[in-house]
Design a protein around this ligand. Sequence first.
Ligand SMILES: Cc1cc2nc3c(=O)[nH]c(=O)nc-3n(C[C@H](O)[C@H](O)[C@H](O)COP(=O)(O)O)c2cc1C
Length: 155
Amino acid sequence: MTETAHSPTVPLDHPRLTPGDTVRAARTFADRMARRRSVRDFSPEPIPHGVLEAAIRAAASAPSGANIQPWRFVVVTSPDRKRRLRAAAEAEEREFYARRAPAEWLDALAPIGTDWRKPFLETAPAVIVVFEVHQGRTAPSRTTSRSPSASPWGC
Ligand SMILES: Cc1cc2nc3c(=O)[nH]c(=O)nc-3n(C[C@H](O)[C@H](O)[C@H](O)COP(=O)(O)O)c2cc1C
């Protein structure tokens, strides 16, 4: 796209690939994605600060409507705060598993073996809490209303 008065654009700095290289790059990316997994057990080893910073920089650059970027990231490392986060999350999860979750959702979760317990919130050396900024106010993205299509589940 060319730059116009109405739609300023930033040129992509990606090199143009040959068709063969494009296919190879796409397959490499698909292979990498195939190795992605949802992780529910974490090492307590400390994370170099630069890793957290880079991870948040990547997450914060996600596209958003009107480029509003309506999020804030808070890194929690204090053992006491992690313990309180875990307690709050587990209280919510107990309620969800015991009362709010539809039966089909519990049936689908059963083979995965997850339940209300979230020990990893204390084991992990850092917990990143994502806050949604909504009309100038911030609220945790984890809300009390949960649905199968929007179910933040920890870490
Ligand atoms: C929107 C969404 C909600 C999810 N909710 C839960 C959940 O409540 N509990 C859980 O243990 N995993 C949850 N997961 C993880 C899925 O169970 C997991 O992605 C799926 O089993 C496939 O495993 P994989 O991510 O390792 O490929 C959720 C994933 C997404 C995308």
